[in-house]
Design a protein around this ligand. Structure first.
Ligand SMILES: [Zn+2]
Length: 171
């Protein structure tokens, strides 16, 4: 999953408008940003198998970004970081943390079983990547539904503020 992760950022923004959108967008991809850095530095491993349907990635070793405990740790770390560095209110920080964790749940839908439940432990994944048309429909559907929720929440906010200008809450 790639663009589908942004759906979680839009859903979080709809629920918690005090969390800046750029923070939520980065949060939704944080685990993959870390993964890219770890792949480049050789901490985690992946290869490509062109015969695979959907994503051709073989993600054979990524305990520090895509195991369940790692995802929980990145989520908690991100929530703490935005609370301390950006001085976000508690619920906005929680929204950022949950958005980071949403990445693992959405990856669970699409990855072939490569997400470890614990380091070195059982690997899970519902493998929608093996059905690329369905997988893309899910990603686009998530974006459409969560995008609509975000737009609706902004209209409600603007309505509550009694003005027509776009809401000025933080981006
Ligand atoms: Zn990922």
């Amino acid at each position: 999953m790639f663009v589908g992760h942004y759906a979680a950022a839009m859903a979080a923004k709809a629920i918690e408008p005090k969390a800046p959108m750029w923070t939520l967008a980065a949060a939704s991809q944080l685990v993959d940003i870390g993964w890219s850095a770890f792949i480049i530095t050789g901490v985690e491993h992946a290869s490509v198998d062109p015969s695979l349907p959907g994503s051709t990635l073989v993600l054979d070793y990524m305990p520090w970004t895509h195991s369940l405990p790692a995802a929980l740790a990145w989520s908690a770390g991100a929530a703490l970081l935005v609370m301390v560095l950006l001085r976000l209110p508690m619920w906005a920080s929680v929204a950022v943390g949950l958005t980071v964790f949403s990445h693992w749940l959405l990856d669970l839908l699409v990855h072939r079983p490569d997400l470890a439940l614990w380091p070195g432990g059982e690997r899970v994944g519902l493998a929608l990547w093996n059905y690329p048309v369905i997988e893309q429909a899910v990603e686009i559907g998530l974006i459409a539904i969560c995008g609509a929720a975000w737009v609706a929440s902004r209209k409600t906010l603007d309505g509550l503020r009694g003005r027509r200008s776009p809401s000025s809450d933080s981006w």
